[in-house]
Design a protein around this ligand. Structure first.
Ligand code: NAD
Length: 283
């Protein structure tokens, strides 16, 4: 039987309806959530992401403040901007679009963002809080992945969860979130021996490696939940995931499409974190 398609676009739309109501109540009480998005240079993919974030902020009533900086901006100038945004009462969340140009130390920039406004969840304080299970802004893509697994109706508790990829943005944080949900988690990466047999054991398989159609149907257990995080731009301009969707969907219980799966939920979680931060102003 073909898999349930976990429609991230639809789930994101439902979430936006709820958030729009919540934001309009906040605006009535004098608080309009605000997100500052900082983009350095002219990376076309980053420009698309930033524009989409701005558009989605507008749809739920969040103010977005855009800072488009030249590729040549110095690390200190960027630090100074973030320090100002940390102090700006109209800004509840700060997002610095990665990757940054090579001459800028990414860790120093992420360290500079106040943990109170770290809606992307990449600051070391936020990461520490995530790992120890404390309240924090959940990193957006991993949090979106958990929402999509929940949409499948499959409980994470006690399940064999296999994560392909160990990046700081996706692989590691999603592994900790799965652990938080009481999954038994295995992380695979480029040096893992025999990924195939490990993946085949997964009740829940998360692919975040950036190789088109890496996950083939013979790597997937019958009835597994398969979450495809990959965004791979092909030569013909199309976008495809890390999972061989057409074949894997015949074997999985539930699967996310690319596009229209994890991507829209990532932005949804960013909006949710920005609202959560703005709620501090209403205390
Ligand atoms: P990354 O390049 O930082 O990390 C890739 C990971 O895959 C590494 O940990 C590496 O060890 C592992 N890997 C590479 N080759 C492998 C192999 N042959 N076998 C097993 N593991 C291997 O990438 P990332 O930032 O984690 O992103 C992964 C993918 O997810 C990319 O396609 C990216 O575009 C996409 N992504 C999507 C969203 C979204 O919102 N949908 C967000 C972030 C990233």
């Amino acid at each position: 039987m073909a898999a349930i398609i976990l429609d991230g676009s639809e789930l994101a739309k439902q979430n936006r309806i709820e958030m729009k109501k919540q934001v309009s109540q906040m605006i009535e009480k004098g608080v309009t959530p605000g997100l500052a998005v900082v983009l350095v240079g002219e990376n076309p993919a980053s420009q698309i992401y930033v524009n989409t974030k701005k558009k989605m902020c507008g749809r739920v009533g969040i103010n977005s403040y855009e800072y488009l900086l030249d590729e040549s901006v110095s690390e200190q100038e960027l630090v100074d901007l973030i320090v100002n945004l940390n102090e700006d009462d109209n800004v509840d969340g700060i997002l610095v679009q990665l990757p940054l140009p090579k001459h800028i130390n990414e860790n120093r920039i992420l360290d500079t963002i106040s943990p109170l406004k770290d809606v992307d969840g990449f600051n070391p304080v936020s990461v520490g809080r995530l790992v120890t299970g404390a309240d924090c802004y959940l990193p957006c893509t991993p949090a979106g992945i958990i929402e999509l697994i929940k949409l499948s109706g499959v409980s994470i508790k006690g399940k064999n969860c296999v994560v392909l990829g160990r990046s700081n943005i996706v692989g590691k944080p999603v592994s900790f979130l799965l652990l938080r949900e009481h999954g038994t988690v295995t992380i695979c990466h480029s040096r893992t021996v025999d990924i195939r047999s490990i993946a085949k054991n997964a009740d829940i398989l998360v692919a975040a490696i950036g190789i088109p159609h890496f996950v083939t149907d013979d790597m997937v257990k019958e009835g597994a939940v398969v979450i495809d995080v990959g965004i791979n731009r092909m030569e013909d301009g199309s976008v495809t995931g890390d999972v061989d969707f057409d074949n894997v969907k015949e074997k999985a219980y539930a699967i996310t499409p690319v596009p229209g799966g994890v991507g829209p939920m990532t932005i949804t979680m960013l909006l949710r974190n920005t609202i959560k931060s703005a709620l501090r102003r209403m205390d």
